[in-house]
Design a protein around this ligand. Sequence first.
Ligand code: ATP
Length: 357
Amino acid sequence: MADVVLHQLVKEYPGGVRAVDELDLAIADGEFFALLGPSGCGKTTLLRSIAGLETVTSGRIELGGRDVTRLAPGERDIAMVFQDYALFPHMSVRDNIAYPLRIRKMARGERHRRAEETARGLSLGGLLDRRPGQLSGGQQQRAALARAVACHPRLFLFDEPLSNLDARLRLEARTFLKRLQRDLGVTTVFVTHDQAEALALSDRMAVMDAGRIRQIGTPTEVFQRPASTFVAGFIGSTPMNLLDAVVDRDTLRIADAVLPVPDTARPHLRHGEKVVYAARPEYLTLTAEPPPGALGGVVAIVENLGVGALVTLEVGEVTVQATVPEGQEPPVGACRWVVADPARVLVYRAADGELVG
Ligand code: ATP
């Protein structure tokens, strides 16, 4: 096992694209760490740099206390599973799993025994003689995982390994990966653009933007207290409400509504300052009777979420979304008022998008 330390890492592609930009990161031994961010933010480049598949421009990569920055991929003791599995189509599942062991010059009998043992652990025991083309997507994925697991690496790197699976298999595979990582205790870095996957799987996660880390923390920390409007807008299965507001003494004005300032933000705000009022749809309730000062509007859209619904309310020029429990969906066109749980409201500075409190 090993911890991963990245120090001032830079990766520039020819043409001047800085895909990783002076990035510092420490991942603990045994941690399941997710890298999340919009397309093009540098997730894959970072993972490939750790694997040694990209030569970094500058900075240092340490694995288990050893500087591996200039080592070839094969010398790093890392297993990487890609989105497309990259199984060898002309080899059997057994030979695919045993391939990295052959490269490591393990004796034939031993490597076959290890391949079979790993395959059994992943419910692939009956499929060892098949070729990848004769397997389902989920079985191919497990075969790719088995190949990664069999060489007992010190670090797993996963690049969207579940993205080719349908919704049900994906959920199954997610649980499987979590269990595998827990049982093996191998440090794992997992790239995904699916924030639900990152929240579900990781011990900690980092949200990246333009080659840098914008926030790092446990899924709960990142979900409950996004450090900036960028992260707030990115995390959550329904996007967070981010409403322009102005500080008016002890209140916030949004359109015609006057809302209380959350206690955590109050000491840091100036009268007249422009801010962003942020609340997740899950923490807002809708009422038919107007409470004093509340935001009120007209129900424009009601989307069925399976359990409950997501209601879009038009408050003049402003749009607010709130989830409602099953059976409490308002009719389109009805008037509703928004009540927020004050402990769940966050305030960001409009000028730089950073969290105030
Ligand atoms: P996605 O979620 O779309 O896979 P990503 O976050 O993994 O994106 P990267 O693939 O790491 O992002 O790309 C980061 C940046 O580097 C992008 O601007 C991309 O266009 C650029 N880039 C990636 N590979 C190369 C390359 N070989 N040559 C030049 N630029 C590249």
